[in-house]
Design a protein around this ligand. Sequence first.
Ligand SMILES: O=C(O)[C@H](O)[C@@H](O)[C@H](O)[C@H](O)COP(=O)(O)O
Length: 224
Amino acid sequence: MKITESAREQIGAQLAAAAAQALTEDLASQPRALLVVSGGSTPLPFLRRLAEQPVAWSRVDVTLADERWVHEDHPDSNARLVRETLLTGRAVAATFHSLTTTDSTPEQGAATVAARLATLPWPASLVVLGMGNDGHTASLFPDSGELSLALSTDDSVVAVRAPSVPQPRITLSAARLHDARRHALHLVGDAKKAVLAQALSGDDVRELPIRAFLTCPLTLYWAP
Ligand SMILES: O=C(O)[C@H](O)[C@@H](O)[C@H](O)[C@H](O)COP(=O)(O)O
């Protein structure tokens, strides 16, 4: 295994252990606990390792930070990614709450998804965020016309369209993503490390939306 792959496996294992600890800590004082994870390619080692952690998974709710508005068996579906990586092994007992409906568009489905999310045990035990090289996180994209709304609304979800992505998206709003006891930012590669450094050196959230989460306590999980 190449050094970078090993480092990325190790950081995924570290984040998995931290996520399991967060869930177990909260389950000591509440009947259910909520985990919010991001999609994309970075989380795979983390999600696979987390699936084997000794957590009371039957008392855990899992949802996504954002989703592509595609059917759950579509290759780009984050729900498919979670079902294939996290909701296996011990974690098969967890309850997954998707961010899509049978509506044709996220605009049509947003109210149904918001009602679904309202039943979950907020604040989340942990929100795991990723980041794109454009500084987006979840589906808070710099080139999206809905970015200002997603950064300011009290609604829990926002339908999003952006030239930089092929499909319409639905994203948890910044307010909902902030509604957590703990936040983790999971990145790999030097390019994203440089974007994070740029984000830390400025304050224009619309330029680099990850900035909306750099003022709250956040644990960084980065590997080369
Ligand atoms: O739906 C998604 O794609 C994610 O939620 C998104 O916000 C992701 O975290 C970044 O785009 C990084 O993706 P990679 O891990 O693939 O680089």
